[in-house]
Design a protein around this ligand. Structure first.
Ligand SMILES: O=P(O)(O)OC[C@@H](O)[C@@H](O)c1c[nH]c2ccccc12
Length: 534
């Protein structure tokens, strides 16, 4: 008997691993099926349409899409980046414009795991147009496909060289039954024909022969003619590391490239990706570096409790956000909370008559990749509605908040840090969470994506800005400072300083009387001037 090739060795080990997992209580096939039936698999995105989009597809010269791989080690190269943080690496790939994140989950030779897969999915889950997640694995059993789906994959790899045709067909069909169009990998013309006969929509040509590890970059080029005029997305896999590699494949009609090692070794993966694929720099409306430079912060006037005051402010020029206080324990005759219908009626009349609501947008909302909070801010800034009505709730129950939000037609709701996090998903408008900057903010879930849309940091009297500087500097993702609304006890000096360092996208000035942070009308006017001149 000849010595087994590396592919055969991995196959044998993986077959054992699968048998062990299947016989372990808690992860039996019946367990996985029950978990899927309990809706515990996160929602899928379709591979084919996601592969059709990348940062260059809006322009005239679309380039191939990127399938970016998380690969700590490989049997041919040994350790590549053994200490890589899969989640952070995936987020970097996603923000650089990858259409697919490929996650090696094989533990023995590639140092991957299902935990990596799950963490990658979690790390990119709140992006507006997240990449698809590929379980890169030696799949020989339906069990691994169910597992992939449960742990957040959108697609799986099927290696033609590793499977008898009948097995391949069964696994392909099973994957489709879970909603996942697989990436089918081939290495020569015979395997390509098998993939085409299968009806595969996404076929990857591996330039690396998995039996002997030889990399031949012309493997892809030799097979492109077989998919011409077919409804197939052709991808090239392995050994790709230069713009010339990509350009050659692009000219031959290759629609996606899968890259592992070169990305894992790149000191600056986003720059590397942009150069490799010749993608444009992110447009200025979403780039964290240059966008905020000339952006004036929005002015939020808050602390309004009575109808007349609110209405007079709504028609006043230059107020971008109006904070209406709804206090369940402190009501008076004209309070908005007592007469929400009066207020809503007046508001509707006003909004119908104000041309600002119908003004064309000055810029379309960008679709460049951005993390959660940057995207929320970008989308809000792109709306023409001004002033935005913000409800500040005190001592209310969730149903009361929901009712008032609808009755008054609020655009946003402010919730205190102490309110249960679970409420946020039940409130029908974006939520601003308020944190007091005088307290220890390190453990507060300020930059946790996916729940609240905005963060209001309230400065406390006599404290310096360091707590806020910290939050902004830690950022929401590498290279993306945390966008904040700055409020609370501000002085002319501290506000000027903050506009230069923290660069809040909005400043809240409270006119509420009798609270700790209240200030004189002249102080308030000074602050407003500082914001307007910024
Ligand atoms: O690191 P590279 O040379 O960019 O290659 C990535 C990818 O193609 C490779 O990891 C791969 C292709 N097919 C596979 C099958 C199993 C494991 C790994 C692979």
């Amino acid at each position: 008997m000849s010595t087994p090739t590396i592919l055969e060795k991995i196959y044998a080990q993986r077959a054992k691993d699968v048998e062990l997992a299947k016989s372990t209580p808690g992860t039996t096939p019946a367990d996985i099926a029950a978990l899927l039936a309990s809706h515990l698999a996160p929602p899928l995105i379709p591979l084919v349409s996601r592969l059709a989009r990348n940062p260059s597809t809006d322009g005239n010269t679309p380039s191939p899409s990127l399938m970016a791989e998380i690969k700590r080690a490989s049997p041919s190269k040994g350790p590549i980046a053994p200490n890589a943080n899969a989640a952070a690496q995936a987020l970097t790939y996603a923000l650089a414009g990858a259409s697919v994140i490929s996650v090696l989950t094989e533990p023995t030779w590639f140092l991957g795991s299902l935990l990596d897969l799950r963490l990658v999915r979690q790390a990119i889950d709140t992006l507006p147009d997240r990449p698809a997640v590929l379980r890169k694995e030696f799949i020989l059993d339906e069990y691994q496909i169910a597992e992939a789906r449960l742990h957040g994959a959108d697609t799986i790899l099927l290696i033609v060289a590793m499977l008898p045709v009948e097995r391949l067909r069964a696994l392909y069909t099973y994957s489709l039954s879970l909603g996942m169009e697989p990436l089918v990998e081939v290495n020569n013309a015979t395997e390509m024909q098998t993939a085409l006969d299968l009806g595969a929509k996404v076929i990857g040509v591996n330039n690396r022969n998995l039996h002997d590890f030889n990399v031949d970059m012309s493997t892809t080029s030799r097979l492109v003619d077989m998919v011409k005029d077919r409804d197939v997305i052709l991808c090239s896999l392995s050994g790709i590391s230069t713009p010339a590699d990509v350009q050659l494949y692009q000219a031959q009609g290759v629609r996606a490239v899968l890259i592992g090692e070169a990305l894992m070794r790149a000191p600056f993966p986003s720059t590397f990706i942009r150069e490799l694929l010749n993608w444009p720099s992110p447009s200025s409306s979403s780039s964290p570096q240059d966008s905020d430079e000339h952006e004036k912060p929005l002015l939020m006037i808050s602390g309004i409790t009575i109808i007349e005051e609110a209405i007079s402010f709504i028609s006043e020029e230059g107020v971008d956000m109006l904070g209406l206080v709804f206090d369940a324990q402190n009501q008076n005759e004209d309070s908005i909370i007592d007469e929400p219908n009066d207020f809503a009626r007046n508001l509707a009349i006003y909004r119908r008559s104000d041309p600002r609501y119908f003004a064309p947008r000055t810029f379309p909302p960008s679709s460049d990749p951005a993390p959660w909070f940057a995207a929320q801010k970008r989308n809000l800034l792109a709306t023409a509605v001004r002033p935005l009505l913000v409800g500040i709730f005190r001592n209310h129950t969730l149903p009361e908040i929901i009712h008032t939000t609808a009755a008054v037609k609020l655009d946003l709701v402010v919730l205190d840090d102490s309110v249960p996090l679970g409420w946020i998903k039940h409130i029908p408008v974006p939520v601003i969470r308020r944190f007091r900057a005088g307290t220890d903010l390190r453990n507060a879930e300020i930059a946790l994506p996916g729940l609240h849309s905005f963060v209001l940091l309230e400065q406390e009297k006599g404290k310096d800005l360091s707590a806020v500087v910290d939050v902004v500097g830690r950022g929401e993702a590498p290279g993306w400072p945390m966008p904040v609304i700055l409020g609370g006890a501000l002085t002319e000096e501290s506000l000027k300083e903050a506009l230069g360092t923290i660069r809040p996208w909005a400043v809240e000035i409270s006119i509420e009387e009798g609270v700790e942070e209240s200030m004189s009308p002249s102080e308030m006017q000074k602050l407003i001037k500082v914001v307007k001149r910024a």
